[in-house]
Structures are given as structure tokens and as C-alpha cells.
Design a protein around this ligand. Structure first.
Ligand code: GLV
Length: 305
């Protein structure tokens, strides 16, 4: 009998095609718990919450949950493990795209590009001035990477090689990949105190929730920038709003939010912040590769049972 794969509605069609070509019966829908009953696999998005209840509703034949994302924080991984269900994700294929976005956000902040855009649109541009919207050059400045995995490392490499920044990093782990990037590992406190730009690249874990809160923001330089392309709850948004209102840091750029898609009160009113709607991995290349890899991850698990 053909096995069923539940594919979440927003997943690109090419992923479903790949699974069909492989002989699986594909069911598309919005709720794995309701429409995925009897499925051997689930292909979901980071916006789909897959908890123990959902897994039980799908049934004991469930073998793999494949997330079209690098993060797996929307899935109860411990509950999956308990039920013998594999959890797969799509790292690597989005590294370059996310790193480019982090670099882009830093440039937007340091060269005040979004502010400049608004300035022109609002008709405030009345002519060239030597001190109009002065930003900061990146060359020679210190970049602090928090979470030195693939994306953190690549972001560091681009900013080090291309822009002449010095790199320091903080990570709870220390593996080969870290040393390969040639950056110095220091404590989070030291990193916050020394960096002119802090870029966050940690996964969402209970230990990384509000990793950057009031105390950490206070430790940062008044001239420093904060960039978050990891997960929203890594930053205490309320504390960030308060810090930016008091100009305790120079600016922040967020691609992710604590309660997506909602924003903390006051966040959107600030002019020292840049906001993008969780699009760090949104290049055609990365999303295409993520969709294919998410489907392949299912095939690999089901074929190797
Ligand atoms: C995007 O946020 C991802 O985890 O892939």
C-alpha cells in the first residue's frame, strides 16, 4: 500500500511533486492533526506547530516530520523522539542567503539606508549637506557573532573578508567549524562590551530565550548595532524597545519577532530600527533548495526503514 505524506499547504509544489514521483500519496492541507491522520510523514513549515497531540492525532505509523526550515523549534522534538519519529530540517542550503541578509541588515543600519529612503520619500531631501545622515564605516570595527554555526561563520567570513571587520564570537560549543573561521572565542559579556555590531545566529532553545535582554543591551556600546536573523524570542523585544527609545545602542535590525507576526508595542514607531518580515532565507535559490531537501529528507527516512 502506498504511504501517505501530509504536506502543509504553503510548502512549494515542487516538494509535493518530488514525493508523488517517488510513489507517495500526497495530502495537502492546513492541519496535520486533522488532515494528516494515517500519514507516515509530515512536511511542514516553521509556522506549523507540531506538538505531541498532533503526532498522536496523526497516528502511530508516523515516521518522520520534515521541517522546511533550519530551525526545528516549532516541533516538539522530545515528543517525536519518544514516539520513534525522526525530525528533519534543511540546514546548509540557506546558509549563504541568510548570511547575505544579516550583512544587508548591518549595512542598512550602518549606512542608514532605510532612514535615507524615508527621508527622500517624505520630501525632506532639500539638497546635499556634508553632515546629512552620517553613518559608520565597517572597516576595522569589531563584529560579534553570537552562535558560531554555519550561518554565523559565513556572516563573519563575508564581513571579515569583504568589509575588513575584526571578528569575535561567542558559542556554547567549540567545534572545528569555529576555528576554521579564524575568529576569537570570548564570553558573551566580553563580546557585548567589545563589539560595534552584534549579529545573532543561535537556535531557539530554552537557554537562548531572552539571551539578549536589559542587562545585555546595557553592556553594549552606545554606538553599536544589533542584528537578529535567528529567532525572535532570543531578543527580549520589550527591553529592546526601551533601550532604543533611550538611544542606549545605535540601532537594531530584526528579521524575526518574539510573537510573530505581531510586534512589541512601540517597536514600529522607532526610527533607529529596521524590520523585515522573516525573509532572511527568502531567496529563490534557498527556498527552492529547502523545499527539495525537505522532500528528500522524507524519502530518505521512509526508504531506509
Ligand atoms: C528560517 O527561519 C529557518 O529556520 O529556516
Amino acid at each position: 500500500m502506498r504511504q501517505t505524506v501530509f504536506v502543509s499547504k504553503g510548502v512549494p509544489q515542487r516538494a509535493a511533486e518530488l514525493l508523488k514521483k517517488q510513489g507517495y500519496r500526497v495530502v495537502r492541507g492546513t492541519s496535520a492533526a486533522r488532515e494528516g491522520r494515517g500519514a507516515a510523514a509530515v512536511l511542514c513549515l516553521l509556522t506549523d506547530k507540531v506538538d505531541a497531540k498532533t503526532m498522536d492525532a496523526i497516528g502511530p505509523q508516523l515516521k518522520v516530520i520534515s521541517n522546511m526550515a533550519a530551525g526545528t523549534d516549532n516541533i516538539d522534538v522530545a515528543a517525536a523522539e519518544k514516539r520513534g519519529v525522526s525530525v528533519a530540517n534543511t540546514p546548509d542550503v540557506l546558509t549563504e542567503t541568510v548570511a547575505e541578509h544579516a550583512v544587508g541588515l548591518l549595512l542598512v543600519l550602518s549606512r542608514r539606508i532605510v532612514e535615507g529612503d524615508w527621508f527622500v520619500r517624505k520630501g525632506k531631501y532639500k539638497g546635499w549637506k556634508p553632515d546629512l545622515l552620517l553613518g559608520q564605516e565597517l572597516r576595522g570595527k569589531t563584529l560579534g557573532i553570537v552562535g558560531y554555526g554555519r550561518i554565523g561563520c559565513r556572516t563573519a567570513e563575508i564581513l571579515q573578508k569583504g568589509f575588513g571587520m575584526k571578528v569575535v564570537y561567542h558559542d556554547i560549543k567549540g567545534s572545528g567549524v569555529h576555528e576554521a573561521c579564524g575568529a576569537k572565542k570570548i564570553s558573551l559579556q566580553e563580546l557585548l562590551e567589545q563589539s560595534d555590531a552584534v549579529s545573532l545566529h543561535v537556535p531557539m532553545l530554552s537557554s537562548t530565550r531572552h539571551l539578549i535582554s536589559k542587562k545585555e543591551l546595557k553592556a553594549m556600546k552606545k554606538t553599536a548595532y544589533l542584528v537578529n536573523t535567528s529567532r525572535g524570542p532570543v531578543v527580549d523585544e520589550k527591553a529592546l524597545v526601551a533601550s532604543l527609545e533611550r538611544n542606549e545602542i545605535a540601532g537594531a535590525a530584526l528579521d524575526v519577532f518574539e510573537n510573530e507576526p505581531r510586534l512589541a508595542p512601540g517597536l514600529a514607531k522607532l526610527d533607529n530600527i529596521v524590520l523585515t518580515p522573516h525573509i532572511a532565507s527568502a531567496s529563490k535559490e534557498a527556498r527552492d533548495a529547502m523545499a527539495k531537501l525537505a522532500a528528500k529528507n522524507i524519502i530518505e527516512v521512509l526508504e531506509n526503514l
